[in-house]
Design a binder for this molecule. Sequence first.
Ligand SMILES: NC(=O)c1ccc[n+]([C@@H]2O[C@H](COP(=O)([O-])OP(=O)(O)OC[C@H]3O[C@@H](n4cnc5c(N)ncnc54)[C@H](O)[C@@H]3O)[C@@H](O)[C@H]2O)c1
Ligand SMILES: [Zn+2]
Length: 371
Amino acid sequence: MSQPHTHNHERVRVRLGKRSYDIVIHPGGLKQLGQYLQDLGYAGKVGIITNSIVQSLYGRTVSQSLKRAGYQCHVICIPDGERAKTLRWVSHILDQLMAQRFERQSILVALGGGVIGDITGFVASVYLRGIPFVQVATTLVAQVDSSVGGKTGVNHPLGKNMIGAFYQPSLVLLDTQTLHTLPKREWIAGLAEVVKYGMIADRKFFAFLESRIDDLVKMEDTVLHHVVKRCCEIKASVVAKDERESGLRRILNYGHTIGHALESLGKYKTYIHGEAVGIGMVHEADLAHSLGLCSEQVVIRQRDLVRRAGLPSGLPKLNFRDLWGAMLHDKKVAHGRIHCVLPKAVGTVTVDPLDQKSVKSWFGQLEKSRA
Ligand SMILES: NC(=O)c1ccc[n+]([C@@H]2O[C@H](COP(=O)([O-])OP(=O)(O)OC[C@H]3O[C@@H](n4cnc5c(N)ncnc54)[C@H](O)[C@@H]3O)[C@@H](O)[C@H]2O)c1
Ligand SMILES: [Zn+2]
């Protein structure tokens, strides 16, 4: 008999027909992972995919919860960070699953940030042509973005996220208490994606962020809970309408056209992802303003919020050719045309093709104002 859940949790449903699932936002919920798996009706072996950092912080809590619920579990650790998001580590995980005789009824648990979630989902999609997996996301980026929506995969030496699959989890468990151990830089970087949701979809949420950003930066519990939930609701609704990114889902790439360019120009060393997205959003809004798409007020409000979140907002020194070149390299570019998500107002965006001439002219103006 499983014990009843405590009631400080909330659910957001991701509606995808047969592939629908819940996102559970539950501070302290890590301790009840075993019960959540029982509720889903799973009885097989559990493979916990994690890294040594997260394992040392939360591994015991998770394993104990699973054992209490009667699961046999096996921990598979990969190295920390983006460098482990490769086919080599996919192969390592598959070797372990084979050796431990994981079956169709077995389950994988991704315990960690976006790297762990992306690689675990991919392994789950290919092992025995697909076994169920659960996202237990422990970074802000993972809780508001990567654990929801079913994009899984790994990097190729010639490009990030180039190998992967759409494969939805069976459950996403978000224990917001785990965020308290994040390095400050990782925490702040995740706030860029939070600001993004306000800009692309929800004017009221943006205003809420403006009024509570200081409490959010301090991780005040009720604000944090509300923010994670609202971001998940927005992402869930976008994904439900466009699971495979044939249209609407592209709005989630706001700030990422310039952001990805900055990451790659900095060889992925200067900025972590969220920082680049923060600068990207500030400048994509400025570009939208110069194209006559939005008012200056939009640019100013967003820049203020980005700065108050503690994110960088200034473009590093670079020349137009390099920036444009890097923007053209994005995976989202089709037929040499860059489609960029541009704000029309706070809470509303449009996806427009960019032409080199007008971006160059915007960049020239920016250079002048910086001189
Ligand atoms: N699938 C998607 O839709 C999607 C969306 C956005 C990003 N991503 C991917 O996500 C990855 C980035 O994710 P990320 O920002 O979570 O990075 P990450 O997974 O590398 O985690 C960041 C760091 O925090 C550590 N960590 C994790 N949880 C912790 C905790 N609770 N306390 C202390 N330390 C903790 C990790 O070990 C790591 O060192 C990228 O590979 C990106 O491509 C995927
Ligand atoms: Zn992002």
